[in-house]
Design a binder for this molecule. Structure first.
Ligand code: GN1
Ligand code: MG
Length: 364
């Protein structure tokens, strides 16, 4: 058993450690909360998943660049850089991570008090605030000139995902392929339209900008007034298209069921949530988005949801090597639920597109 307190001791904490306990249910990293004595500051400790993010030191540099940039901008307008941006706590020897004896990487950031992290966008008001939060994040980093290292090659790149997909299907390492032929056809039948979208990113018609790439609602912290205070979980900050962020948020916010709902009747896309998030997002971003980005905003929800069906299904066929799972068919359950959501988006696509168009016209 890893001695978490011992790991935590290596960082520049401002008070004596009281306790280190597990926090949340991320699919990739292991997360803990550090409390300190006499009600001192709290911290988040994470074991970063080196099988996914590589190399971790470069990832931590990326995060630090983004945080430093946001802090400067927040300070310039009289905000609180310790609450409105993540603060990385370095190790006692001034590194952004600690490498333990088992070659595992650990990082610490300051826990921001008096905030709320939601697990679902329960109301349009919350979705509107979330849209503003993601839009504001993108506008804050839009002028960050320092390049980020691409520590996740091909992350939201469907051409790359198809390469992985073809390999996994041809290897069929645990013999699951035959039982999911229908699910495989969901992916195959939509390949062309997804590649056509990604080609616009590849040929620069859709520009590359700094994006977050994992915009689930629990990756932003709200203050007690219901406004977004700070965007967290910056492991996936990359230069890619900002449409990833809009699409991934829609995949998560608009779902009337759970990401892994076993009852597919629960799952559909909630149009009121779509509109509310889109409003908030566009109000913050319309000034810098290009016409092509706006044109493909609604499609990005389908793109990322499709990609997620593919990634869950591919991990199932591969024998569950990527995502943490709670049962042998968990990835398959997730893939089916995400597919139901995708179908609901496809059925409502015209209305999604029309809404974006008309709201942009209103703002301009
Ligand atoms: C992973 O770790 P978590 O839950 O924030 C994944 C996202 C997926 C998401 C599915 C690095 O995010 O891409 O959309 O699960 N992150 C990585 O819920 O693969
Ligand atoms: Mg995350």
């Amino acid at each position: 058993m890893t001695d978490l307190k011992n790991i935590a001791q290596n960082f520049q904490l401002e008070a004596e450690i009281e306790n280190v306990k597990p926090l949340g249910e991320g699919f990739i990293n292991d997360t803990f909360i550090i409390t300190t004595q006499n009600n001192g500051p709290k911290y988040i400790l994470q074991r970063k998943n080196k099988n996914i993010f590589s190399p971790i030191p470069a990832m931590m540099e990326n995060i630090q660049k983004v945080c430093t940039h946001i802090k400067e901008k927040v300070a310039n307008v009289g905000g609180d850089p310790l609450r409105e941006a993540m603060t990385i706590i370095p190790t006692k020897d001034e590194k952004l991570y600690f490498l333990d004896n088992e070659e595992e990487y650990w990082a610490v950031c300051l826990f921001i008090e008096d905030t709320i992290a939601y697990e679902a966008a329960e109301t349009p008001e919350l979705a509107y605030a979330g849209g503003k939060g993601i839009g504001k994040f993108q506008s804050l980093v839009a002028d960050l000139k320092e390049p980020l290292v691409n520590i996740l090659p091909g992350f939201h790149d469907i051409r790359y995902r198809f390469k992985q997909w073809d390999e996994v299907l041809s290897n069929d390492p645990v013999g699951r392929k035959a039982e999911v032929s229908e699910e495989i056809s969901w992916i195959e039948s939509r390949k062309a339209e997804m590649l056509a979208f990604w080609e616009l990113v590849e040929n620069g018609e859709i520009p590359t900008r700094i994006s977050h790439n994992d915009t689930k609602i629990n990756n932003i912290l709200f203050d007690k007034k219901g406004e977004v205070l700070c965007v967290i979980d910056l492991d996936t900050v990359l230069s890619s298209t900002v449409l990833n962020d809009f699409g991934d948020a829609m995949r998560f916010y608009t779902n009337t069921g759970l990401e892994d709902d076993e009852n597919l009747d629960n799952v559909s896309m909630d149009m009121a949530i779509f509109k509310a998030f889109a409003k908030g997002y566009l109000e913050e971003t319309v000034s810098f988005l290009s016409p092509k980005e706006i044109e493909y905003l609604a499609f990005s929800a389908r793109y990322i949801t499709y990609e997620q069906v593919l990634r869950f299904l591919m991990d199932y066929i591969d024998g569950d090597n990527y995502y943490k799972t709670k049962s042998p068919d968990h990835n398959l359950v997730r893939a089916r639920a995400q597919y139901k959501l995708l179908q609901s988006m496809e059925a409502q696509f015209a209305e999604m597109e029309n809404f974006v168009k008309s709201y942009v016209a209103e703002l301009q």
